[in-house]
Ligand binder design. Structure first.
Ligand code: ISE
Length: 352
């Protein structure tokens, strides 16, 4: 692999623009070589301040230009999920490192096609953008669980609150777009696959757009019987909160509470509520992208794999079915392909 990753970013929307800035200004060992967006003007605007970076309307055009001059040797996919499969297959065919924003693809069947394509290639090229694994507090909690300092982990209580939802955010997206992170992080923390999902719909807020039942209560079980409950509340008004409480045999651990500064002024006390996931997870995104770049330069991936993307897609499918039926729905996975066995966890385990 060359000295620097020359990255094509596909999609210059909110997440794409964020990654472009990150790669351009904060990440070492990589540069933005191209930005691709169906809205060519948006792509051009995104590269305007980046010397040498080019704008294209399609990945095909960018790769064709690169075939002549070798301008691109890695790709970040930050388009909406329904466009991921095609972009992933194109990049896999080029055998270049890929960082794909979550979800890997919108459903388990298409996610499995990606897993199969990567197996045919014979090496892991895809890292999925589950950034919570790179958040310092989640990482510490993961370490505590693995160390067994507090005994066995028994329960996880997860709060996932957003101030509001963008236009077009459907009821299924509470699971597919938001709870998907909890599925991944529960798998990461426990090192186990999720075996069932149930969704309970209680009293709903009047602040949700029509079609959304908000909040929802999601109940999750893992292979060893760890129970996790998730409050997903995406029109919570007050601000952004992603927090978890873990109950162990010998203690309780909380992560994700509001951080300082804690200000006392004119007879009052208080601080600022985190406004959105960009502020809550900004540092985690930086660590994630740097880990991807560092690993890509060694010919590896530096985080969650296509298997993790597939397994969470299967959890999401069960979650959406559970939303509709109210029943506990089993998550049944095929055996993890050998390509994704890690040295520590062999056949089993959720891609730690
Ligand atoms: C959004 O896509 C994210 O990834 C955020 O982390 C999550 O909190 C939000 O619910 C999603 O819509």
């Amino acid at each position: 692999m060359a000295e620097n990753l020359r990255v094509a970013v596909i999609g210059a929307g909110r997440m794409g623009a964020d990654h472009i800035q990150r790669l351009h200004t904060r990440v070492h060992g990589a540069e933005v070589a191209a930005v691709i967006d169906v809205d060519l003007d948006r792509a051009k605007a995104a590269v305007a301040d980046i010397p040498g970076a080019r704008a294209f309307a399609t990945p095909g055009e960018a790769y064709a230009a690169s075939a002549a001059d070798g301008g691109i040797n890695a790709v970040v996919i930050a388009t909406p999920g329904f466009l991921h499969e095609e972009a992933l297959l194109e990049a896999l065919a080029l055998d270049i490192p890929i960082l794909c924003e979550k979800p890997l693809t919108p459903d388990a069947e298409s996610a499995w096609r990606i897993v199969e394509a990567e197996q045919r290639l014979g090496r892991k090229r895809i890292q999925v953008g589950f950034m919570r694994r790179f958040d310092a507090e989640y990482a510490r909690l993961g370490g505590l669980i693995r160390s067994r300092d507090l005994g066995e982990l028994l329960l996880l209580h997860c709060r996932h609150r957003n101030p509001d939802t963008p236009a077009g955010f459907t009821n299924e997206m509470l699971i597919n777009d938001s709870v998907v992170h909890e599925f991944d992080v529960i798998r990461y923390l426990t090192g186990e696959e999720i075996t069932s999902v149930q969704v309970r719909l209680g009293k709903a807020t009047s602040k949700a757009p029509s079609g959304q039942h908000d909040p929802q209560h999601v109940l999750i079980e893992t292979e060893s019987g760890v129970l996790a409950d998730v409050e997903i509340f995406v029109n919570a008004q007050f601000g952004y909160e992603v927090a978890t409480q873990a109950a162990f045999e010998d203690g309780i651990v909380d992560i994700g509470g509001d951080g300082g500064p804690y200000v006392r002024r004119a007879g009052r006390w208080g601080g600022e509520v985190t406004p959105s996931f960009i502020e809550r997870f900004g540092a985690a995104y930086d660590v994630e992208v740097q880990a991807w770049v560092d690993a890509a330069l060694r010919g590896e991936i530096g985080g969650p794999s296509a298997w993790d993307g597939y397994a969470t897609a299967a959890c999401c499918e069960a979650g959406v079915e559970a939303q509709k039926s109210g029943e506990k729905v089993a998550v049944v996975l095929p055996e993890k392909p050998e390509l994704y066995w890690s040295s520590g966890t062999a056949r089993k385990g959720a891609g730690r």
